[in-house]
Design a protein around this ligand. Structure first.
Ligand code: HDE
Length: 724
C-alpha cells in the first residue's frame, strides 16, 4: 500500500489547485495551509530563526556535559508544545478518518424544501466526510464488529449542514437521556477497561437484555453490516427523522440515505479478526488509496418522505429511531450524488478537529420531535466545547464558506478580529441587523402542538413500545448465509460473556422473541438452556432491501478492488503483464507480491523489451512476509517455473487456502493450476477461462466469491483447506 500512498501530499495540493475554482472549501482552507517541504529555516513559534533544535542549553565546564538550563526558552517551548499536543478524544466515534468531496443534485426537490443545497441543480457543494467506529478509542483497529459513523459536513452557500449518520438505519435507544447508559455499557468495563473495540462483554449484553428497544439494532450489529469491506462499500443513514419545509411553509418528514455506487460489501468474520492485527488501519488506508488512485468513492443520496397528514398511518411511530421506514411503504427517491475526491493534508487539524453538530441545518431543513434528535441537538454542541473550546466553529475545517458575522465574541483562542465600537444588538449604528425575509433567514417551522390538553410528562407515544416486529422483519429478510453469519456473531459475542445471567437471558428470552430457531442455535453454541417455545409468532414478513445482497451494482465490477499477483523468479511474463494491464484497465489495483522485494526475473531471465523495467526485472510492491491474503480481494498467479518455488513455500500455500476460505476469486495460468490443485485438492473445480480482450491469456479461475451456495459452504471449504 505504501507505494500508492507515497506522494499524497503533492497530489492533494494538485487537486486544491485544479479544483480551486470549483470547490469553495478548498480555496477557504488554502489561506491556513503551509507546506513543510520548503528550504526555509526552522523558527520558534514567535518567528525567531533557530540554529540548534537538537541540544538543550547547558552550563558546561571543560569536558563535562553540564546542567541543563531552564533559561533555554527554545527547548522549553518545544517541550511545552509537545506536552499539550493531545485533546480529549471523542467520547464515542473516537476512531475515524476523513476526506473531502462534492455534493451535486440530480434533480431539485423544491416541492419539498427551499434549501439551496437540495434545489439548485447547478451547485457543486463542498463536503467533508468523517467515517468512524463507535466503541474503540482513537488507536483501535478499523475492522472490529461495530457500527460505523458516516458524518457529512456540507459547506453550503447558506451555512453548514451537518448530516451525522451511521451505516445502520436504526439505533439502540429511543430516548437521548438513555445514551450515557448505553455508551457506558458498550464501552470497556469500568473495573478493568476491557474490552477494546468490541461489544463482546457482559455489560453490553446485560444492557441489551434489559432494553428490549435495542433488539432491532442488535440484529443489525450481529449481521455482516457491522464488518464492512470498506467505507466505500457501505450505506449511510441519517437515522433520525428530519423535516423539509418548502417555500409555501408546508412540511414533510424525511429520512436521508446514502447508497454506495460500488454496492454494499462486507468482510467475513475470520478476515475481520485477522485484519485487526495484520493491518489495524485497513479501512483508513483503503479510502486514501482509492482517492489517490482517482477511483473516487461515490454515493447516491436518497430520501424517504412522509407528508405531515400521513404521519399516523403506520404501525410504528415515525419519530422512533429504533424503526426503519420499510421501502415498500415509503419508497426511496434518489436525488443527488456525493463524491469523495481529495484526501486530507494533515490528520489533526482536519479529521481530528472536525466537529459535527446535528443542530447545524440550513433554511429549508428542520427538526422533527424525534426524541433522540432533540437530545443530540443539545449534545453535539456541548461536546465540541469540551473537545475544542468555545471557538470551535472558527477552526478552518469547521468554518462556513458563506459570510458569517454576529455579536458573539471572545472566549479562549478567539481568532477573529472584529472592527467597530459595538458588540450588541440593537445599537445606535444599526450594525449587524437581523436578516430580513428577503435574505433567506432560518425560521423555525411554526409547529402547533395542536393539543389543548398538553401536559408535561416523561414519556413516549404508545407505538414506541413495540420492539420486536422489525427485528423479526430484519431477520426474515436475510439470506441463508447472512443468517448463518448472525448465528456465529451472536455465538462469538456471548462466548465472551462469562456471566450466565447474561447469556442465558439473551438466548432464552430476547432471541426467542425474534425467532425460535435462531435462539436454539445460539443457546446450543453458548451453553444456555435450549428454549423450546417461541415467545411470539413470527409474522413472516420480509423486506428484501434489508439484505445487503440487494445492493450489488447492476453491472458487476472490480473497480477499486485490490488484486494480488504472486510471483517468484521464473514467472510467465506474458501472463503477468497481460493480467496486470487487464486489472488496471478495469479500474482495479494490481499489487505484486514476490518471494522477495528485490528484482524478480521472468522465465528466461528478463521481462519483455516493451517493459520499462525489462533489464532490472520486476520489483514487487511487497515480499510475501509483509502482507497477507486478507489485504486483497482476489489473487492471480501467472504460470511458469516459479510455481515450483511457490508450491514448496508453506506461506504461499496458506495464501491460496486462505483466499479460498474467504470466498475470494483465485486465478492463474499454465502451471499455476498445479499450485491451485495441490492446495485446494480435488474438492475444487479448477476451471479454464478462455482468453478475452481484457485478459488476453488463457487463465484458470477458482471463483469462490459472490455465490450464495459457495458462501454457505464457507466453513466446510475452509476446514478442508486448513488440513491440506
Ligand atoms: Fe452521536 N455523538 N449521539 N449518534 N454520533 C457523537 O459528538 C449523541 C447518535 C454519531 O465523526 C458525539 O462530536 C447523543 C445517533 C456520529 O465526529 C456526541 C445521541 C447517530 C458521530 C454524540 C447520539 C449518531 C457521533 C461524540 C442520542 C446516528 C461522530 C463526539 C442518543 C445517526 C461524528 C462528537 C464525527 C458523535 C452524542 C446518537 C452518530 C457525544 C446524545 C442516533 C457519526 O455528541
Amino acid at each position: 500500500m505504501a507505494t500508492i500512498i507515497a506522494g499524497g501530499l503533492h497530489k492533494a495540493q494538485e487537486v486544491v489547485k485544479n479544483s480551486a475554482s470549483k470547490n469553495k472549501k478548498n480555496v477557504d482552507l488554502e489561506r491556513d495551509t503551509v507546506n513543510v517541504q520548503t528550504k526555509q529555516c526552522q523558527t520558534a513559534d514567535h518567528g525567531v530563526n533557530i540554529s540548534n533544535p537538537d541540544n538543550w542549553l547547558k552550563g558546561v565546564a571543560p569536558n563535562r556535559t553540564g546542567a541543563s538550563l531552564l533559561e533555554d526558552q527554545i527547548a522549553r517551548e518545544k517541550i511545552h508544545r509537545f506536552d499539550h499536543e493531545r485533546i480529549p478524544e471523542r467520547v464515542v466515534h473516537a476512531r475515524g478518518t476523513g476526506a473531502f468531496g462534492n455534493f451535486t443534485l440530480y434533480e431539485s426537490i423544491e416541492e419539498l424544501t427551499h434549501a439551496g443545497v437540495l434545489t439548485d441543480t447547478s451547485r457543486n457543494t463542498p463536503v467533508f466526510v468523517r467515517f468512524s467506529t463507535v466503541q474503540g478509542s482513537r488507536g483501535s483497529a478499523d475492522t472490529v464488529r461495530d457500527v460505523r459513523g458516516f458524518a457529512v459536513k456540507f459547506y453550503t452557500d447558506e451555512g453548514i449542514w451537518d448530516l451525522v449518520g451511521n451505516n445502520i438505519p436504526v439505533f439502540f435507544v429511543q430516548e437521548a437521556i438513555k445514551f450515557p447508559d448505553f455508551v457506558h455499557a458498550v464501552k470497556p468495563e469500568p473495573h478493568n477497561e476491557v474490552p477494546q473495540g468490541q461489544s463482546a462483554h457482559n455489560n453490553f449484553w446485560d444492557f441489551v437484555y434489559l432494553h428490549p428497544e435495542a433488539t432491532h439494532m442488535v440484529m443489525w450489529v450481529m449481521s455482516d453490516r457491522a464488518i464492512p469491506r470498506s467505507f466505500r462499500m457501505m450505506q449511510g443513514f441519517g437515522v433520525n427523522t428530519f423535516v423539509l419545509v418548502n417555500k409555501d411553509g408546508k412540511r414533510h418528514f424525511v429520512k436521508f440515505h446514502w447508497i454506495p455506487k460500488l454496492g454494499v460489501h462486507s468482510l467475513v468474520w475470520d478476515e475481520a479478526l485477522k485484519l485487526a492485527g495484520q493491518d489495524p488501519d485497513f479501512h483508513r488506508k483503503d479510502l486514501m488509496e482509492a482517492i489517490d488512485n482517482k477511483v473516487y468513492p461515490k454515493w447516491d443520496l436518497g430520501i424517504q418522505v412522509i407528508p405531515e397528514e400521513k404521519q399516523d398511518d403506520f404501525e410504528f411511530d415515525i419519530l422512533d429511531a429504533t424503526k426503519v421506514w420499510p421501502e415498500d411503504l415509503v419508497p426511496l427517491r434518489i436525488i443527488g450524488q456525493l463524491e469523495l475526491n481529495r484526501n486530507i493534508d494533515e490528520f489533526f487539524p482536519q479529521t481530528e478537529q472536525v466537529a459535527f453538530c446535528t443542530s447545524h441545518v440550513v433554511p429549508g431543513i428542520d427538526f422533527s420531535d424525534d426524541p433522540l434528535l432533540q437530545g443530540r441537538n443539545f449534545s453535539y454542541f456541548d461536546t465540541q466545547i469540551s473537545r475544542l473550546g468555545i471557538n470551535w466553529e472558527e477552526l478552518p475545517i469547521n468554518r462556513p464558506v458563506c459570510p458569517m458575522m454576529n455579536h458573539n465574541r471572545d472566549g479562549a483562542m478567539r481568532h477573529r478580529i472584529t472592527q467597530g465600537t459595538v458588540n450588541y444588538w440593537p445599537n445606535r449604528f444599526e450594525a449587524l441587523p437581523p436578516a430580513t425575509p428577503d435574505e433567506g433567514p432560518f425560521t423555525t417551522y411554526p409547529q402547533t402542538t395542536g393539543d389543548a390538553g398538553l401536559v408535561k410528562k416523561r414519556s413516549l407515544s404508545d407505538k414506541f413500545r413495540e420492539h420486536h416486529s422489525q427485528a423479526q422483519l430484519f431477520f426474515n429478510s436475510m439470506s441463508a448465509h447472512e443468517r448463518n453469519h448472525m448465528v456465529k456473531a451472536l455465538g462469538f459475542e456471548l462466548d465472551h460473556c462469562d456471566d450466565p445471567t447474561v447469556y442465558e437471558r439473551l438466548a432464552g428470552h430476547r432471541l426467542v422473541e425474534i425467532d425460535l430457531g435462531l435462539a436454539q442455535k445460539v443457546a446450543e453454541i453458548v451453553g444456555a438452556p435450549i428454549p423450546s417455545k417461541a415467545l411470539r409468532p413470527n409474522h413472516g414478513r420480509r423486506a428484501p432491501r434489508l439484505s445487503q445482497e440487494e445492493f450489488m451494482p447492476t453491472t458487476p465490477t472490480i473497480e477499486g478492488r485490490r488484486i494480488a499477483i504472486l510471483i517468484g523468479d521464473g514467472f510467465d511474463s506474458a501472463a503477468f503483464y497481460g493480467m496486470k494491464a487487464a486489472i488496471k484497465a478495469a479500474g482495479a489495483l494490481p499489487v505484486v507480491v514476490g518471494t522477495k522485494r528485490s528484482p524478480i526475473f521472468a522465465e528466461g531471465g528478463a521481462s519483455p523489451s516493451s517493459s520499462p523495467i525489462s533489464k532490472k526485472g520486476v520489483v514487487p510492491d511487497h515480499q510475501y512476509n509483509g502482507v497477507r491474503s486478507t489485504l486483497f480481494d482476489a489473487t492471480f498467479i501467472p504460470g511458469g517455473p516459479h510455481i515450483q518455488t511457490l508450491i514448496k513455500n508453506g506461506q504461499f500455500r496458506y495464501w491460496i487456502a486462505e483466499t479460498f476460505g474467504h470466498l475470494k476469486t483465485l486465478g492463474g495460468t499454465g502451471e499455476a493450476a498445479d499450485l491451485l490443485k495441490h492446495v485446494l485438492g480435488s474438492e475444487v473445480d479448477v476451471k479454464v477461462a478462455a482468453p478475452t480482450d481484457t485478459a488476453p491469456v488463457e487463465w484458470y479461475g477458482v471463483v469462490t466469491a459472490g455465490g450464495r451456495q459457495r458462501a454457505e459452504s464457507f466453513g466446510q471449504g475452509f476446514e478442508i483447506l486448513r488440513g491440506a
